[in-house]
Structures are given as C-alpha cells and as structure tokens.
Design a protein around this ligand. Structure first.
Ligand code: SAH
Length: 284
C-alpha cells in the first residue's frame, strides 16, 4: 500500500543511474496510443524514434543508452520540457520546479523512455496513458491556486496510472493519496515509485469514484480520467475551500474546477478543452 521511504527528493543522479528498470522487460508491452489527441503524432503514423519538438532535438537513442546515460535523460531534456510547459502558460514556479525534479522517463517502459519528455501522453499498458506534461502541470497549478497561498495538506488523485502525477504532487502537498482501479497499473506505479523513495504518497487499489472517505477531507482532488460528471462522493470529500480539478465529458471534454464554498455549496468553473481516458466504475 505504502512505499517505504527514507528521503525525497533524491538527487536526479541517484535515480537515473539505477538499474531499476530491469524488471520492466517482464511487463506487458504497451498498448497503442489510446484516447489522446494530445500526442505529437497521431496513431496512423509511426511514432518517431526521437523527440520531434525543437527544444528537445537530439540524435535518436536506444532505450538502453537512455538508461545508461544520466546526462541524456536528466537535467537538459527535462528542463526543455519544463520551459515548454511554461511557454504553454503554466506560471506556478513550485509546479514547474516539481516537474523539473521528477524523472518522467522512469515511469515509462524502456522502449518509450526516449520519448518521455515530448509533449504527449504515451501508452502505459491496459489501454491507459501517462498524461501529457502540460496537463499534469496545469491541473496541479489550478488546484494550488487556493485561498491558502497554495498550501495543500492532503490531496487525492483518482487514476494513479504509472504513478507520475502522484510523484509530482508529492512535491507540492504534504500527503498524497492516489487510487487506481486496474491492479497491474497499481502495482506498476508502486514499482515505479519505489526507487524514488517518496515518503508522502499512499497508493490505494480501488474504485476512485468512491474516493477515500476514511481519509477525507482533502484540500485538493485531481481526476486523471474523464467522467460525464464528477461523482458526488468526491465533492463530499473536499474541505471547505478545497478545490477539485477534473476532465468532464466523453468525446468533447473540458477541464472543470469545482470549489467547495460551504458544507452544502460548491461552485463550478469550466476551463480549457482536454482529452483523457474514461473514468470507469469498479475494479479490474
Ligand atoms: N495520473 C496518471 C494518468 C493515468 S491515466 C499519470 O500520471 O500519467 C488515468 C488512470 O485512471 C488509468 O490508469 C485508469 O485505469 C484510471 N481510472 C479510471 N477510472 C478510475 C476509477 N474509477 N478509479 C481509479 N482509477 C481510475
């Protein structure tokens, strides 16, 4: 359930040199890109061997070289990703710093880690995707823009996936709870997060539509999957003043911010268009 932790953040060098991806070869092969129009290429075209966006331009590299070459995967490439996210409109310095600190490539299987820093969501297996860097940053920025100057004690993520967004959240909130409904992804996230030794993340396997009433209330809730509406159970688990950010819709989706203003009142604001995998009930 919980990743044992000693200290976080680790220096990047201490994580990129690890052989922690060795057991990835045993994992199921990633499914094709699903439910994302955010990808830099569409599914009818083969994925490029190397990043296509300008700031990231570099020679094609094999995954094993990516593993070995700390310098390739670390500071420069990730900095370019963060610069791009900032150009796309994310201003919150704490969010940008968190994005720069988390080694996104460690949440991908080796075959895709050379693309970890491109501006796209990418397959993580089981028809699910790791979210595009911009949308991860943007949702957290919206959640942090609260009356407490960005202070977040307890936050909840619905849809752990590979664990990347939970890792970013762990740098902006005191406690992070994250729920995943697909058992192998819950386990994938656990093994991805283990080498990072993040003390303040609690992973749960279950139906996130029910939230975590035993732990609530939460200062912030982020849904990483889109439903036709936000489940009432989650609204009930917000603190007064708490902020929930969720994609809502099916084919056409929008990002919605819901703020709890009193015990019985919530306000809703519709923000930008987005595209996420669907929110589904139950567990598998
Ligand atoms: N947060 C991830 C994104 C994962 S994609 C990242 O860092 O990139 C969305 C995830 O939501 C999928 O893994 C999917 O299985 C999960 N999901 C969908 N409905 C869910 C539900 N009701 N409860 C928990 N997880 C759910």
């Amino acid at each position: 359930m919980t990743d044992k932790a000693k200290r976080f953040p680790l220096t990047l060098a201490s994580v990129v040199d690890q052989k922690s991806k060795a057991d990835h070869s045993k994992r199921s092969v990633a499914t094709p890109q699903t439910a994302t129009k955010n990808a830099a290429w569409d599914s009818s075209r083969p994925a490029p061997a190397a990043p296509v966006s300008k700031p990231m331009a570099r020679p094609a590299q094999t995954a094993s070289r990516v593993e070995r070459s700390g310098s390739m995967v670390s500071d420069g490439v990730r900095k370019a990703m963060v610069d791009r996210v900032a150009r796309q409109g994310v201003k919150d310095a704490k969010v940008l710093a968190a994005m720069e600190a988390v080694p996104r490539h460690m949440f991908m299987e080796p075959g895709l880690s050379s693309q970890a820093y491109i501006d796209a969501s990418l397959p993580i297996g089981h028809h699910q995707t790791i979210s595009q860097p911009y949308i991860v940053a943007r949702m957290i920025e919206i959640m942090r823009d609260n009356q407490q100057g960005g202070v977040l004690n307890r936050v909840l993520e619905i849809g752990t996936g590979c664990g990347y967004q939970a890792a970013v959240l762990s740098l902006v909130a005191k406690e992070v709870y994250s729920i995943e409904r697909i058992k192998p992804l819950h386990e994938l996230a656990r093994s991805n997060l283990r080498p990072l030794r993040i003390a303040n993340i609690r992973l749960h396997y279950g139906d996130g539509m029910l939230g975590l009433p035993q732990v609530a209330p939460f200062d912030g809730i982020i849904l990483a999957a889109a439903g036709l509406e936000v489940p009432q159970a989650l609204l009930d688990q917000l603190t007064i003043g708490g902020r929930l950010v969720a994609p809502v819709g099916s084919r056409h989706q929008v990002l919605q911010l819901i703020q709890r203003t009193s015990k019985f009142d919530w306000t809703s604001t519709t923000l930008e268009d987005c595209h996420f995998v669907p929110l589904r009930a139950g567990t598998v």
